[in-house]
Design a protein around this ligand. Structure first.
Ligand code: GTP
Ligand code: MG
Length: 171
């Protein structure tokens, strides 16, 4: 509509972290998917928040598709990085993927905001967002605004706070 600014956001993170579930919860009731299956390649989804019309590139987090992420670095205005807070074993893999992203020539020069969701906060083994931030070394990110929200994408808890932050950063 009139006055809406179009922005692209890239949604990344390991497979099974909850990316598609997060994006689905931002969509209007009539657009929501009822069945969420592991993403093959990527999906393009649209949603709105305040005056922003978001186009989300919801990437697959499966190892065989992670090479696709970098093709969208250039055109994105923000990144949503989703982490399964209960998947302690793969936190080192999350850090490897994050470091690769931050070092990429199309990202390291840009001051784009990164929103982290410490998702699956409802799971018994979930680490707090503070612990996730420490494990990933987020305090070392100096040249980009970043924010971490604990979330439960099944109930929506924590998601709005995160997307409000991202919207403030981009608008
Ligand atoms: P890929 O597309 O394979 O990269 O995975 P994805 O990151 O898109 O994950 P997806 O949204 O498909 O969710 C994976 C599984 O986690 C599904 O069974 C979801 O219902 C579940 N899930 C997502 N978010 C949460 C959460 O906050 N808590 C719990 N308990 N389960 C969640
Ligand atoms: Mg998915």
């Amino acid at each position: 509509g009139v006055g809406r600014k179009e922005v692209n956001v890239l949604v990344v993170g390991l497979n099974n972290s909850g990316k598609t579930t997060v994006v689905n919860s931002f969509k209007s009731e009539e657009d929501k998917m009822t069945d969420i299956v592991p993403t093959v390649g990527f999906n393009i989804e649209k949603f709105q928040n305040q005056n922003l019309a978001f186009t989300a590139f919801d990437m697959s987090g499966h190892g065989r598709y992670r090479d696709l992420w970098e093709h969208y670095y250039k055109e994105c205005h923000g990144i949503i990085f989703v982490i399964d807070s209960s998947d302690r074993l793969r936190l080192v893999v999350v850090k490897e993927e994050l470091d690769l992203l931050l070092q990429h020539p199309n990202i390291c020069q840009k001051s784009i905001p990164i929103l982290f969701f410490a998702n699956k906060m409802d799971c018994k083994d979930a680490l707090s967002s503070v612990k996730i931030a420490a494990a990933l070394g987020l305090d070392k990110i100096m040249d980009k605004p970043w924010h971490i929200s604990a979330s439960n994408a099944l109930t929506g808890e924590g998601l709005q706070e995160g997307v409000e932050w991202l919207t403030q950063q981009i608008r």
